[in-house]
Write a protein that binds this ligand. Structure first.
Ligand SMILES: Nc1ncnc2c1ncn2[C@@H]1O[C@H](COP(=O)(O)OP(=O)(O)OP(=O)(O)O)[C@@H](O)[C@H]1O
Ligand SMILES: [Mg+2]
Length: 250
C-alpha cells in the first residue's frame, strides 16, 4: 500500500533557533499517528509545515502523488484535502455552528446552499450536534465548539486530518466527548495525525506514537512497543511522565 502522506527531512528555523531539524515519516491510509513531546519541541510547527501554514525551509511533503511543498503546488486545493483542528477551535464567532461548517463548502468547494446545508448537517449529526446547528460559538461549551470544528473539517471530505492538542483547552469533563468523536473517526478509517498528551487515547487508538524532542523524532513505533520496550531510554522516561500526568492504565 502506498503511503497517503510522506514527510521527508523537514527543516524549519526561526532566527537562530532550529525548530525542526530533519523530520521524516510516512502515514498509510487509515492510520492514526499520535505525536508527543515536550513543549517547544516543534510539534505544532511540524503539523503546520504539512499543509504549509508554515513554510518549511527544507524538505518535502507529499500527499499521495502530489508534492505539497512544490513551489507551484495548488496549495488551496491541497489544504481543502487536509483538515486542521486547532487547540482553540478557530471558529468564526459571528457565525452559527451550521454556518461555520457550511462556509468552506460554499466558498471553497462551491457547493450550492442546499447541498452544503445537507452535508454540514450530516457532519454536525455525526459529532452529536444536530440540535446545536443554529447556536453561536459563544453559546456552546468548549467541547461542543471543538466538535463543530471537527465537523467543519469532516465536511470538506479531507484525505487527512491534523489535530493540534484538540482537547488541551478543555475542562476535564469535556475532554471525553471530543476524544469519543476522534475514536469513532479512527474506527471509521479516517487518516489522522494527533498531537496530544492523552495517553489513554494514544494507547487505544494510535497505530504509531511519534516521540519528538528538540526538533527531531527520537523514536516512533506502535504504542505497545514504545510503552513496554522503547529503544531509547528518554522515550520511556517521557512516556512514564506523561502517563503519570494524563493517565494510561495498563
Ligand atoms: N512564528 C514563530 N516565530 C518564531 N518562533 C516560533 C514561531 N512559531 C514557533 N516558534 C518557536 O518554535 C519552537 C517550537 O514551537 P512549537 O509551537 O512548534 O512547539 P510545540 O512542540 O508545539 O510546543 P507546545 O507543546 O508548547 O505546543 C518554540 O521555541 C517556539 O517559540
Ligand atoms: Mg504546540
Amino acid at each position: 500500500m502506498d503511503p497517503l502522506l510522506r514527510v521527508e527531512d523537514i527543516h524549519k528555523r526561526y532566527g537562530t533557533e532550529e525548530v525542526l531539524r530533519g523530520v521524516s515519516f510516512h502515514l498509510d491510509p487509515g492510520q492514526t499517528k499520535v505525536v508527543i513531546g515536550p513543549s517547544g519541541t516543534g510539534k505544532s510547527t511540524l503539523l503546520r509545515c504539512i499543509n504549509r501554514l508554515t513554510e518549511p525551509d527544507r524538505g518535502q511533503v507529499w500527499l499521495e502523488d502530489v508534492e505539497v511543498t512544490a513551489p507551484r503546488a495548488r496549495i488551496n486545493e491541497i489544504r481543502s484535502q487536509i483538515g486542521f483542528v486547532f487547540q482553540d477551535f478557530n471558529l468564526f464567532t459571528h457565525l452559527t455552528a451550521l454556518d461555520n461548517v457550511r462556509l468552506g463548502l460554499i466558498k471553497v468547494k462551491h457547493l450550492g446552499k442546499k447541498e452544503a446545508t445537507a452535508r454540514a448537517m450530516k457532519e454536525l449529526t455525526r459529532v452529536g450536534l444536530k440540535d446545536k446547528a443554529d447556536a453561536y460559538p459563544a453559546h456552546l461549551s468548549g467541547g461542543q465548539q471543538q466538535r463543530v470544528s471537527i465537523a467543519r473539517a469532516l465536511a470538506m471530505e479531507p484525505k487527512l486530518i491534523l489535530f493540534d492538542e484538540p482537547t488541551s483547552a478543555l475542562d476535564p469533563e469535556l475532554i471525553g466527548e471530543v476524544l469519543g468523536v476522534m475514536v469513532q473517526l479512527a474506527e471509521d478509517g479516517m487518516t489522522m495525525i494527533v498531537v496530544t498528551h492523552e495517553m489513554g487515547f494514544a494507547r487505544s487508538v494510535a497505530d504509531e506514537i511519534v516521540f519528538m524532542e528538540h526538533g527531531v523524532i527520537v523514536e516512533q513505533g506502535p504504542p505497545e512497543k514504545l510503552f513496554r520496550s522503547p529503544e531509547v531510554a528518554r522515550t520511556g522516561e517521557f512516556l512514564s511522565k506523561l502517563s503519570e500526568l494524563y493517565g494510561a492504565e495498563g
